[in-house]
Design a protein. Sequence first.
Length: 446
Amino acid sequence: MSETDTQLERTLTLKAVVLFGLAYMTPLIVLGTFGVVAEATHGAVPTAYLLTTLAMLFTAYSYGIMSRRFPASGSAYTYVRNGIDDRVGFMVGWGVLLDYFFLPMVIWLIGAAYLNARFPEVPSWVFLLGFIGLTTALNAYGIKLAARVNSLLMVFQVLVVAFFVLLSLRHVFAAEGAEALLSTTPFFNDQSNLSSIAAGAAIAAYSFLGFDAVTTLTEETIEPRRNIPRAIMLTALIGGGIYVAVGYTTQLVHPGAIFDDADSAAFEIARTIGADLFGAIFLAGMVLAQFTSGIAAQASASRLLYAMGRDAVLPRRLFGKLHPNFHTPVFNIVLTGAIGIVAIFLDVLSAASFINFGAFIAFTMVNVSVLFMYRRDRPTRDRYGVIGGLVIPGIGALVNLVLLTQLDSHAVVLGLIWLALGLAQLTYLTRGFTRQPPQVQFDDAE
């Protein structure tokens, strides 16, 4: 097997990786879910996002530790396998597949739904196939081109968010004066309480799914030991900052939690602050947000499959091979796109129910991996101490377990079924646990 079949090219800078992470998270998602979070918190959206940001930073810290210690593609799969045990790593990787496999499908489905709402004469499946075809082609051609397109589209998405915030501030200033811009009501009011804010924070946590996706680009990132940990923290911090700021200004425009339709509350508010013209621009931004997020999600999913293919957990000839010219895992990219076609027969709720279980399992176990590393790895103890090696990851694990308990019961059942299938595959690969699962040798060459 030639070198081009086994080695990814290092072309991504810190800026490109952070942009990929932000695209995966989709800054506009705070507006897409604003009404739902507002209803849960009784009108305290920015507080929910503030709490969730702090919680996610604990987990991001643990991801940074593990990515510095094991700078290779595979994300939680790699970290748990090396930090705890090969078999536990396999199960976590299998759980993460649930998230990575279906997240691109959900993203494309949402984008198609927005376009179909604006152009009902065109069948939704036409838009869905358009999303899938274009993102698959970009990712197959090369991560560098996808990153460039991603960066350009992220600029437009950020501009839409910025204009939404500015128009919100202008609207509030014109209606109530400068003092209203510094109100504390969006953070806490007579209707909200700690219980409602915690419930909203559990929902808001879904907006952060994907901040860890940058770790799957480790083998294509320049100076990964330095840049990947920084990218993880910056992605979570910048994304959380955007969510809090947008949630605050939007809640200023529309205090409380009463909407004609909570699912489309942001469209109602966009028309309030900028009339039909900005409503149209906002719709364009939401659609492009799904496109950029789809690029990042599909790229990450294909590289996780590639890591597991090289490990022979999945058939190596299919999943562990790179295209000789593009140096990308084309089979995995096409497979992820093909799975997205299933969305023709699903709605957003049923599709999204698959993804959250695996994400919270991964977040929890990466934190637990740091605890294991602290116990048996003296350099980790010396570098991070009790606070960095025990307290922070311990809090991160606990928070994610709490969030896991907040998931819909159907999602938990489906997640457990998926894990049972993974356990059966692990039993087969290890011949009834009489041998270790296949090992992967990641190439850390610069």
